[in-house]
Design a protein around this ligand. Structure first.
Ligand code: GUN
Length: 294
């Protein structure tokens, strides 16, 4: 049997359409145009592509973009000063500093400087704490996208055995918190987990986010399970041509899983759609309005 393909492109297009409609209503009824500042430091090629895609999506949704490109050798103080200015700018509702940053800059200091109410990445320790405590706050975009994709397969995640592979602050940990809030039974596995295949075999919902090309094999997967692949790995094939693969061996996995996200075209587009959603929510809250339920 072949798994149902969870089409992140279509699902994200639907979400982006709903955000665009809500942005239009906000502008028409209240004169508010949500604004997002995306800060890119240096010329990391992957970061440049991500930022370009984000900026394009921001414009298409009718939001204002305040892009900030800084040179590779910018000092930490200069970057912190820029963030302080963006924090104080009422037209800027969301601030995203693209990671990774060059070595002279401490990313933890930068993230801590962002106003938590403008932290559309959901990386600020206050937002991480709010998520862990079940309080409302801004939630990281990739985990949010993963949960939305899982919910296109499962009406409810309550009672499911969910296994998250990867424990990063950006994906693994916040994703585990979101799944817990959905009443799933959550395991976080990582590079030191003993017998990872056996842990994966328990999962009704398996989410791979460890950044290792095609590490999760087909035989590890419980038949019929839902598999969400967060990995984006550039590998060079036999003929010297580079291509992108996920953290899951897709061709094997799709003969065993019940549903699976492709790479590319799965989680990636959802991350951007959730960034637009977070920026809209931040703009509403900063203007004393409830965040729209989308
Ligand atoms: N680099 C890779 N993923 C992300 C992300 O979601 N947000 C930011 N700011 N940087 C990233």
């Amino acid at each position: 049997m072949s798994a149902r393909i969870i089409d992140g492109k279509t699902i994200s297009a639907d979400l982006r359409g709903k955000v665009t409609d809500a942005v239009h209503r906000l502008r028409r009824d209240r004169g508010i145009v949500p604004g997002l500042a995306v800060v890119l430091v240096g010329h990391n090629p992957a970061s440049k592509v991500y930022v370009r895609n984000k900026t394009k999506a921001v414009a298409e949704a009718g939001l204002s973009a305040f892009d900030q490109d800084l040179p590779e050798d910018v000092s930490e103080v200069e970057l912190l000063d820029l963030i302080a200015r963006l924090n104080g700018d009422p037209q800027v509702n969301g601030i995203l500093v693209q990671l990774p940053l060059p070595p002279q800059i401490n990313p933890d200091k930068v993230i801590a400087e962002i106003d938590p109410d403008k932290d559309v990445d959901g990386f600020h320790p206050l937002n991480a704490g709010r998520l862990a405590s079940g309080l409302p706050g801004l939630v990281p975009c990739t985990p949010l996208g993963c949960v939305r994709l899982a919910k296109t397969v499962h009406h409810s995640l309550a009672g499911l055995e969910a296994v998250v592979i990867g424990r990063s602050n950006i994906v693994g940990k916040p994703l585990a918190q979101l799944l817990l809030a959905e009443n799933a039974t959550v395991t976080i596995a990582h590079s030191k987990t003993a017998d990872l295949p056996a842990v994966c075999a328990r999962a009704d919902l398996l989410i791979a986010a460890m950044g290792r090309p095609e590490m999760v094999r087909g035989q590890w997967i419980k038949p019929g399970a839902t598999v969400i692949d967060v990995g984006v790995n550039r590998v060079v094939g036999e003929h010297g041509k580079a291509h992108i693969v996920g953290d899951v061996a897709y061709a094997e996995a799709k003969t065993i899983a019940g549903a699976i996200t492709p790479v590319p075209g799965g989680v990636g587009p959802m991350t951007i759609a959730c960034l637009l959603l977070n920026t809209l929510a931040a703009a509403c809250i900063q203007n004393g309005l409830p965040a729209p339920k989308i």
